[in-house]
Design a binder for this molecule. Structure first.
Ligand code: ZN
Length: 416
């Protein structure tokens, strides 16, 4: 088996990164023909049903005209069937198989097999045979699932919603009983003004109470966005009508044209940049801390580049390890069987063979580890916090281009 990822229900940054990396690898694979098999087994599917379905596909595939494709498809299905036998029932989130023959050199092919347990439940059983593996449902799972509370409000209406990942859910629409000014009739202007204010206050209180009911216990609520066409949204925010726990989470107010469901969508659109910024802010903060140290005359508490960071890391001198998500390198250990020569190097691509520089015979590749995995492991041992930095910000881009994707903020200087 080429690779497998065991993903728990809640993904840590590292697990998520591993899962993403596995999908990236799988996405690159192409079959010569329509012969790559993807099977999604949801948690509630009987393993025997899934197997029966696959046996059906197996017998159907005996009709495939091209001999090589037929052989490949049948081989892949058989392999999945034999793997299914290990399961009494599907894992908590179901299981996904990607199996097939991909071209090697010339006419040769190699069999690839991936068994993945997804981070979220699979919803439907799916069998697909194509020239590429089918990844869409898994890619969707990688989307951010953070939640934001949404409130669009003016004096006549308010709508509450929840933004989850990219989906906007309407929670409730509330119509206000605040009389509109043109109904004034014969009442005294002053008295009418007062009635309006009382009604408005009641309306805002009702909106806030609804928000408390709907949002206070929402898990992982990242923040609250408030929108609306006029000054009411700012008044509502500044007068702190919301429960204090929710009020703390208000990210800001934004102009929208509407206060209905459409207004919720407008609000998300308007706040988009701000939300993206929040994600990047943490990364930027870490990078800026690094730059501050670097700017100090003696280099402060900074280290960068693979060698320097590695030296400091093993000494326990690294406080925060900054690794770029753009890093694509391997740590390869080679050993010569004839003369005992040993070496561990970092390479972009694992060589097919290594010649011993001492005696010239063929050295054996003893291990090949993704450099991010390797650094993670050492950091873990030394109690160092690791921050994965995307390449989406200018600072993140600098980490990869200027520092080779590896930098550190130190606990103390080692002179290393
Ligand atoms: Zn040798």
């Amino acid at each position: 088996m080429e690779s497998a990822a065991q993903i728990g229900e809640k993904l840590s940054g590292k697990q998520k990164f591993d899962f993403k990396r596995a999908l990236e690898e799988i996405r690159e694979l192409h079959g010569r023909g329509t012969e790559l098999i993807s099977v999604y087994v949801p948690p509630n599917k009987q393993v025997s049903d899934a197997a029966a379905y696959l046996r059906g596909e197996y017998s159907q595939s005996s009709n495939i005209k091209s001999q090589s494709t037929r052989k490949a498809v049948m081989g892949a299905i058989q392999s999945i069937l034999s793997r299914l036998k290990y399961y009494k029932r599907p894992p908590a989130n179901g299981v996904v198989f990607f199996v097939g023959e991909v071209p090697k050199i010339g006419d040769q092919t190699r069999m690839v097999q991936y068994v993945l347990e997804p981070p979220e439940p699979i919803t439907t059983f799916l069998y697909r045979c194509d020239s590429q593996f089918y990844l869409d449902p898994l890619l969707d799972m990688l989307e951010e699932k953070k939640s934001y509370g949404l409130i669009v409000i003016d004096r006549s209406e308010a709508t509450l919603g929840l933004l989850k990942g990219k989906r906007v859910q309407v929670i409730k629409n509330i119509q206000s009983l605040v009389p509109s000014k043109h109904r004034m009739g014969g009442q005294s202007a002053l008295r009418f003004e007062r009635l309006i204010e009382i009604a408005a206050h009641e309306f805002f209180t009702k909106v806030a109470d609804t928000a408390t009911d709907a949002l206070l216990n929402t898990k992982d609520l990242q923040g609250i966005l408030i929108g609306g066409p006029g000054p009411t949204k700012d008044y509502f925010n500044e007068s702190k009508y919301l429960h204090h726990e929710l009020q703390k989470k208000v990210i800001g107010t934004f102009d929208t044209g509407y206060t209905d469901e459409y207004g919720l969508r407008e609000l998300v659109e308007r706040a988009k940049e701000k939300l993206e910024d929040l994600d990047l802010m943490r990364e930027k903060r870490n990078m800026q801390r690094l730059f501050e140290e670097i700017r100090k005359p003696d280099g402060g508490l900074s280290a960068y580049g693979e060698d320097q960071v590695r030296r400091n890391l093993v000494l326990g001198a690294v406080d925060v390890l900054l690794l770029s998500e753009g890093l694509r390198k391997h740590r390869v250990a080679a050993e010569c069987g004839s003369c005992g020569w040993k070496s561990t190097v970092t390479v972009e691509k694992v060589p097919d063979e290594v010649k011993c520089p001492k005696c010239g015979s063929q050295a054996e590749i003893k291990s090949d580890v993704d450099i991010i995995d390797e650094f993670y492991e050492v950091a873990d041992r030394m109690g160092t916090r690791v921050e994965l930095i995307s390449t989406d910000s200018e600072e993140g881009e600098m980490l990869i281009t200027a520092f080779g994707g590896i930098a550190a903020i130190l606990r103390f200087r080692t002179g290393g």
